[in-house]
Design a protein around this ligand. Structure first.
Ligand code: OAD
Length: 230
């Protein structure tokens, strides 16, 4: 059976693609406090502002390209059974060719019904506007998980983490739960590897921390893994 590698990524894996992280610039995200735009309350208060904000982010994502870290993760599939669990709402892992991706916090290139989150649609282009509705006639919103909302994919992600032989964490401050708790599901003896220039403090058995930027450190790590494991 192939060695199972599970990769948990955060905003840092896309930083070198030009997409801003959340907590590296005074808690502001493109000049916004995330709680002013990424909550159900913000959507109730000012849906056009929230829609515009995500339209800008979608434009950024469509204009960005995967970087060497995304592409290297795809190469792991040559030898390993790989699942990427990402907190990112961009589609750069998909565009780099990874096959098994779980989007814990949704994906910005899709919309969902305001009244039934199971009704999910592709968005053509970068713009989603007020007045665009689902098949039930209700307003469409970005298909992303906001603060205060449940994370429907977390149980599946935890089950996969619990099967990992190697668990790699890339570019996340591990500040947001339940995603940050996934490492606790990884078997005690499995190897845990963190890649981050400013790694969060983690207490875990068999832990290796690589202090580096993803674009350089991840291709090196992937080379080593492909070389060392048969
Ligand atoms: P953060 O902004 O909290 O953390 C980004 C991490 O990336 C930090 O640890 C940085 O040190 C690291 N980093 C920066 N540049 C890097 C690089 N070039 N290579 C590798 N690492 C780098 O982002 P997340 O942890 O992803 O949630 O944030 C978690 C969640 O909080 C997001 O998914 C979002 C946000 O609010 C929702 O939208 C629900």
């Amino acid at each position: 059976m192939k060695t199972k590698i599970v990769v948990l990524t955060g905003a840092g894996v896309s930083a070198e693609s030009g997409l801003k992280t959340f907590r590296d610039s005074d808690g502001l995200w493109e000049g916004y406090n995330v709680y002013d735009v990424a909550t159900p309350e913000a959507w109730e208060r000012n849906p056009s502002m929230v829609q515009d904000f995500y339209n800008m982010r979608r434009k950024d994502v469509l204009g960005a390209e995967p970087n060497p870290a995304h592409y290297a993760l795809r190469l792991l599939e040559d030898k390993f059974d790989v699942t990427v669990i990402t907190q990112n709402i961009d589609n750069l892992h998909e565009r780099a060719g990874s096959s098994n991706i779980i989007h814990l916090h949704g994906i910005i290139t899709k919309s969902q019904s305001d009244i039934n989150p199971k009704l999910v649609y592709d968005i053509a282009g970068w713009e989603l506007n007020m007045g665009e509705t689902c098949e039930l006639g209700s307003q469409l919103r970005p298909h992303v998980v906001w603060f205060g909302e449940s994370v429907p994919m977390i149980e599946k992600a935890a089950a996969i983490a619990s099967k990992s032989d190697i668990f790699i964490v890339i570019g996340t401050s591990l500040a947001v739960y339940p995603a940050a708790g996934l490492i606790n599901f990884v078997p005690y003896s499995s190897q845990k590897i963190i890649v981050d220039p400013n790694s969060p403090a983690v207490n875990a058995n068999n832990l290796r921390v690589i202090n580096g930027r993803a674009g350089k450190a991840v291709p090196q790590l992937v080379n080593d893994l492909l070389r060392d494991f048969e």
